[in-house]
Design a binder for this molecule. Sequence first.
Ligand code: LMR
Length: 342
Amino acid sequence: MKAFARTRLTLLASATALALFASPLSAWAQTPLVIKFSHVVANDTPKGKAAEFFAKRAAELTGGKVKVEVYPNSTLYKDKEEMEALQLGAVQMLAPSLAKFGPLGAKEFEVFDLPFIFDNYAELHKVTQGPVGQMLLGKLEGRGIKGLAFWDNGFKSFSANKPLKNVDDFKGQKLRIQSSKVLEAQMRAVGALPQVMAFSEVYQALQTGVVDGTENPHSNLFTQKMHEVQKHVTVSDHGYLGYAVITNKKFWDGLPADVRGQLEKAMAESTVYANKIAKEENDAALEKVRASGKSAIYVMTPAERLALKKAMVKVHTEMASRIGQDTINAVYKETAFDPNKL
Ligand code: LMR
């Protein structure tokens, strides 16, 4: 095991021991109350900016009673560890991608990974900002987690060292994915070889050729410098990547009601902010990738996109028993998606 990984785990174990003995009320005895908000992306991304915005508004609205410390770029924990750290009380807030809830047992969240299920942000918001989104957040409660909000990132592009235009181009490509069975099925549907990997390891895996390519919104691609180690980017908008902001339920319920209300207000404002900047940030990141000249950018034609959709849409049926047909139907109803009408 690498030294830094050992240190992380030792830190997690000590934090855990402390957390087990510390009740939410003893945490409150310190002033200001510190909320550790850990995430895996750069500060200069939709999620990074929204986390900073939340920290600022939380301090303002609580009159300094709450201090939110944001730890970006996996500096505190990587993907899997951060979920464990939240459940154990070593951190109080996260915003993992919706593709990362399956290992927690909340497989319904993988509905967001179904290829081509949303055509645009307006359709997506009918789900995330409406009753279906609330129902999904509610599913986390039994796992000691309180779901606070959905924050946007955006629609994914593919990157690789060869142009990915036609379905055949994907055959045999080793493509990094987040830990979602739906994304695994999506890649297999086009003959690619999916490799689950923590976000913090993607750049190096691309650089050393451990994987050939990946998928992500442009803000993640650019801020992790993936475009510097990928020759081609294909704008495909084939799927969505966004977040659920979550907290430790015991911690949240233990907060004084007035403080909790102020934090809820800060979160509501941060959600509006996150969802306002996400598209602009991703569009700007694509322009920065273009300006760097490091990757050739190819925008799929409507015919190429349709061919990709036809190849991938079977994943909706294949994954129905995992996600739950009821959840899939609830999303279809909001967005008027019809898998039989391509
Ligand atoms: C990824 O692992 O690719 C993303 O979930 C990272 C993120 O948090 O946007």
